[in-house]
Design a protein around this ligand. Structure first.
Ligand SMILES: Nc1ncnc2c1ncn2[C@@H]1O[C@H](COP(=O)(O)OP(=O)(O)O)[C@@H](O)[C@H]1O
Ligand SMILES: [Mg+2]
Length: 425
């Protein structure tokens, strides 16, 4: 069952036989991936229809919220909360003023959020106007369950729809610099701050620590996925995932030495593909190595984050990695840089400004060395924001979560006032 969060008195369930969708229409639809959907319903009829959609097996992985209200209620809510992957919005607004009414919502909406509007005016000019302004679909009442599910399928399942998932790889400039710790905290932050379904994949098969960091001991995980690419689909992946928190799942490393782990260059491509189809965000914890397969992974992901400690070996390695990755990804923005364990007592260090200058990169975060905070978190299987949500380090991880997902802080979005400009498609 999908998680339905009712914000109004739940009406009695209705299943009039003549209202049932024609089965043939839905039968061939693939299940929707792990997206978050928030429906704002002005009519009782749509509320009930959305509930019925929520009970459909194709929605089992969708996290659905249903709220009574229209555009104003949505704008109000998302002024203070992150927007989901999809907003379904019912409105009776007149075509002449609909776009203007949407402006306050557009101003607080993340660019990655899709919007489907359920309206009451069968007006082709309005339809074109809305699509031009980034609305994914406009459907005229009375709508059916089939209409809603088809609209979602067109956005999130169709082969020609833009890919759902964004992948972010973290790698260290040396071993032990905290790349895994940072990857795990950021994955947790992304899932928690944005209520976005996130999968953390631990690519360090022999030594991975994501299982320890989240206090989990799963029998299956990434090894089953990478060694059985022919079986790997969304259903198989589901069985390999371990739930770490409300919106975070882990594809854990075996962390065992009963075999050797040698991979072909493209070994992880099927895993990346299925992750991308399954969840809006995947975080990859890549071990500190430079082999055919790590290079292919780093070449294939949407974002790369290099983590480094401010010493000479890290500087040289970070420089080489940045140069190599810029060549490998000539049409992408450069990898991000994070400086970690800065200010370790008694350690001679290169000042952050001197470290970054030859790299021609501004760090997106500088994280202090804090043995108490990190040591206690590691030993108790918890994340930094769970240990001390108000600590500056927790705030830094929150900023990194925003940057690597392309999210704008809600406050900034409001100030920016993107009035009238809906950038989505
Ligand atoms: N900022 C920090 N301050 C103190 N200890 C840290 C910090 N960042 C990471 N650590 C610790 O450093 C060790 C190595 O971290 P890990 O994430 O496994 O590194 P990597 O993945 O780069 O090999 C862990 O014990 C971790 O708790
Ligand atoms: Mg590691």
């Amino acid at each position: 069952m999908s998680a339905i969060d009712y914000e109004f008195a739940s009406p009695q369930s209705l299943r009039e036989p003549d209202e049932m969708p024609r089965l043939g229409d839905l039968e061939n639809m693939r299940p929707l991936p792990r997206i978050s959907v928030h429906a704002f319903c002005e009519s009782e009829a749509l509320q009930q229809l959305m509930e019925r959609c929520g009970g459909d097996r194709r929605m089992a992985k969708v996290s659905l919220r249903i709220t009574s209200g229209g555009i104003a209620a949505a704008a109000n809510m998302f002024a203070a909360a992150p927007t989901p992957n999809l907003i379904v919005l019912e409105t009776r607004a007149n075509p002449a003023i609909l776009l203007a009414e949407l402006a306050p919502l557009a101003a607080v909406c993340d660019p990655s959020t899709k919007v489907v509007i359920i309206g009451y005016h069968n007006d082709i000019a309005l339809y074109r106007d809305l699509i031009r302004n980034g609305i994914s679909e406009y459907i005229v009442q009375p709508v059916s369950m089939q209409d809603i599910l088809s609209a979602m399928a067109a956005i999130f399942i169709d082969p020609d729809a833009e890919p759902l998932g964004r992948s972010i790889a973290f790698i260290g400039a040396k071993g032990g610099v905290g790349a895994s710790t940072i990857a795990h905290n950021c994955a947790f932050g992304i899932s928690n701050l944005f209520s976005t379904e996130t999968i953390l994949a631990d690519l360090d098969l022999p030594y991975g620590t994501a299982n320890i960091d989240f206090d989990q001991d799963p029998a299956q995980g990434i090894a089953e996925a990478v060694f059985a690419p022919e079986r790997l689909d969304e259903v198989f992946l589901d069985r390999l995932l371990t739930k770490c928190s409300e919106h975070l799942s882990l594809l854990a490393a075996p962390s065992m030495l009963d075999r050797a782990y040698d991979f072909e260059a493209s070994a992880f491509q099927p895993v990346l593909d299925v992750l991308q189809r399954s969840a809006p965000v995947s975080v990859l914890d890549v071990p500190h190595a430079w082999s055919e397969w790590t290079r292919s992974v780093l070449a294939a992901v949407d974002e790369v984050v290099i983590c480094a400690v401010p010493d000479l070996a890290n500087l040289r390695n970070a420089k080489n990695m940045l140069d190599a990755l810029r060549r490998l990804r000539p049409n992408d923005k450069a990898p991000h840089l994070i400086l970690n364990q800065v200010g370790m007592p008694k350690r001679p260090e290169i000042a952050p400004s001197e470290f970054c200058e030859p790299l021609e990169a501004d760090p997106i975060a500088i994280i202090p060395f804090d043995i108490n905070l990190f040591g206690n978190a590691a030993n108790s299987g918890r994340m930094i924001s769970e240990m001390d949500a108000k600590s500056p380090v927790a705030e830094t991880f929150s900023q990194v979560a925003h940057i690597v997902t392309g999210r704008v802080a809600v406050k900034k979005a409001k100030k920016g006032g993107l009035l009238g400009l809906l950038k989505r498609r």
